[in-house]
Write a protein that binds this ligand. Structure first.
Ligand code: ATR
Length: 278
């Protein structure tokens, strides 16, 4: 007689203790009546390969991969989705019988939050992205698919913004500039903070010229209190200033769907997580 084994999942990062993924996936599992276990796995960069392979060898079904491993883990997958390949990063692993499959649900998570939860029509919008690191690389392709009028990537270090704009410009209207060269035209409909400044406790001189009374500001970061960027954006008179809780829940829901074939109700979980956050 075979013993019932509960399917194992987890999130691997360094550090990872702050991660909300275990709570979110447990709520999804309860809601969809799936029996599974989801662990928090703190793994340093030098131990990543061993830890991933070990998780799969011991029967693990899937992993979320978070900072700082999303790019490095692409080396360990046998096959990956087009969206992961475009992003140059993997945040979801599936342990198959014969190989490890990698996907990236961050982009679709952002798009679902912007379009479905916040009701934004991105077609013909002028979009400004602040920052040119891995987070930006992961969102440019899905944003371009929504056919905006333009995407400008602004970064403290111009060369990184230019490299990303060059990489994606075959797919749509993407350009690069420095923070200080952002003018008042075009009027940005959407400004996305994809820098890691807030997480590191820095408040860079975000460009005031980017904010117009019709601008919606979105911080990919989130926290138990408003993020420095979201506070700054509200102070500049942005129409709306939102943090990344919705993206977090939506990317998790897409991972859950990949693993379990069931789509959880994200609105209920988002509400549970953000009640009491102003
Ligand atoms: P990740 O891959 O996790 O996004 P990263 O590659 O280090 O991390 O990118 C972080 C982004 O935040 C970069 O665009 C970085 O700007 P630089 O390319 O000039 O380094 C930006 N960033 C981080 N701290 C910042 C700060 N204090 N002021 C302005 N930009 C900052």
């Amino acid at each position: 007689m075979t013993k019932d084994v509960i399917d194992r999942y987890g999130v691997m990062g360094y550090p990872v203790s702050h991660s909300r993924s275990p709570v979110i996936h447990r709520l999804f599992a309860q809601q969809t009546q799936q029996e599974l276990q989801y662990e928090l796995l703190q793994v340093s960069p030098s131990k990543l390969e061993r830890a991933v392979l070990q998780f799969g060898r011991t029967g693990g079904k899937g992993l979320n991969i978070t900072v700082p491993h999303k790019s490095e883990v692409t080396r360990l997958v046998g096959d990956m989705s087009e969206r992961a390949s475009n992003a140059g990063a993997v945040n979801t692993l599936v342990f198959r019988d014969d190989e490890i499959y990698g996907d990236n649900t961050d982009g679709v998570g952002l798009m679902r939050d912007l379009q479905d939860n916040l009701g934004l029509q991105l077609k013909e919008m002028n979009i400004l992205i602040l920052g040119a690191g891995g987070a930006t690389r992961g969102i440019v392709s899905p944003l371009l698919e929504a056919e905006p009028e333009s995407i400008v990537i602004a970064n403290r270090t111009l060369s990184r913004a230019t490299a990303l704009a060059d990489h994606f410009s075959a797919n749509g209207p993407v350009s690069a500039c420095r923070f200080k060269n952002i003018g008042t035209l075009p009027v940005y409909d959407l400004v996305i903070n994809a820098t890691s400044a807030g997480i590191k406790g820095d408040t860079p001189p975000y460009p005031e010229a980017a904010i117009h009374p019709k601008t919606v500001c979105y911080d990919l970061s989130y926290g138990l209190s408003p993020t420095p960027f979201s506070i700054w954006a509200a102070e500049q008179g942005a129409k709306r200033s939102v943090t990344g809780w919705g993206m977090l829940v939506e990317q998790a829901a897409e991972s859950f769907f990949i693993w379990r074939g069931v789509r959880p109700d994200t609105a209920a979980v988002l509400k549970q997580l953000t009640t009491n956050i102003s």
